[in-house]
Design a protein around this ligand. Structure first.
Ligand code: ADP
Ligand code: MG
Length: 298
């Protein structure tokens, strides 16, 4: 892994060469939308946070339109613990009772969103925080979740939302105006009730309705791993089905891979699950010429 000391020791001539190599990618992606799911360690480590913010600003300045969708599992967990509540998950989804929903709204729509907005602004961008309520963006209903092994059984995960529709109008308006939208995964229902939606699912659906060029999911692992813990660099729908069926893909990777596959099938050109622990993971994927992480094929 490169450290800042390595970078300062690169000769100016080599630096120029590196920048020049990014030109074909900048040209290819100019004016295109990229949806970035920001989660995992990349979101909790201060040095990585700053790298991420810089990458987002750089992409915007070279004419690409980044849209950030953030998660916040660890931050929700911390506040729940302080309140003496324990988080519970079923098939990768957080069981969300009314009190947990309040916490989710405070943490995601407040603290986490505004932290990211602040970091991007500090790096020289103009970020605007939104929840799915803003601009009537994310309409949702209660998720009815079938058991993975026995589809006739259903799990009640409380106020977890299933996306009914996304109106990307507000995101588009901001993009056109040089702003960088930062979206918290909270939806609203028919009776104005709130829903906690898995951020991967929101990112995937938003990428689809925006017909994004890329969907990049930053996570806390190298990508999708096989049974032996080796990285799978490419995955087809059939391979994904098999990995979910035999339990190789579990927990938080389930909604992630499902969202990724949906997006790939719905016209998003490139869908990648990448390691957010790598400094400047975003730039590396978009402007670098070495593939990393797992690419989802349709
Ligand atoms: P994020 O914040 O990125 O959404 P999650 O914890 O929700 O993180 O999902 C990523 C986690 O999924 C990994 O840290 C890992 O523990 C788990 N996981 C389950 N199956 C796999 C797999 N086959 N390959 C990689 N990660 C997996
Ligand atoms: Mg997750």
């Amino acid at each position: 892994m490169t450290t800042p000391t390595d970078i300062t020791s690169i000769a100016p001539r080599d630096k120029a060469e590196i920048l020049a190599q990014a030109l074909p990618y900048i040209r290819k992606f100019h004016g295109k939308t990229m949806v970035i799911k920001y989660g995992g360690n990349a979101m909790t480590d201060p040095a990585l946070q700053q790298d991420f913010a810089e990458d987002v600003v750089l992409l915007k300045l070279v004419g690409i339109n980044p849209v950030v969708v953030h998660g916040g599992g660890p931050q929700i967990e911390t506040l729940l613990k302080r309140l003496g509540k324990e988080g519970k998950f079923i098939q990768g989804m957080r069981v969300t009772d009314a009190e947990t929903m309040e916490v989710v709204e405070w943490v995601l729509g407040g603290e986490v969103q505004q932290d990211i907005v602040g970091l991007i602004n500090q790096a020289g961008g103009k970020a605007v925080g939104l929840t799915g309520r803003d601009g009537a963006m994310i309409r949702a209903r209660k998720l009815r979740m079938a058991d993975q092994q026995d589809p006739t059984r259903e799990h009640d995960v409380g106020q977890v939302g299933d996306i009914e529709s996304i109106d990307p109008g507000v995101v588009k308006a901001l993009q056109d105006d040089a702003f960088i939208p930062v979206v918290s995964p909270i939806g609203f229902g028919e009776n104005n009730e709130s829903y906690n939606i898995n951020a991967d699912v929101v990112a995937a659906k938003l990428a689809t309705v925006l017909q994004a060029e890329k969907l990049l999911m930053l996570t806390n692992i190298r990508g999708v791993l096989d049974k032996n813990g080796d990285l799978l660099t490419e995955l087809t729908p059939r391979e994904i089905d098999a990995l979910v069926a035999d339990g190789t893909i579990s927990g938080g990777m389930i909604p992630k891979i499902a969202g990724a596959l949906d997006a790939a099938k719905s016209g998003v050109n490139a869908v990648h699950i990448i390691d957010g622990r790598v400094p400047h993971a975003l730039l590396l994927e978009v402007l670098g010429n070495e593939p990393f992480g797992t690419m989802i094929k349709s």
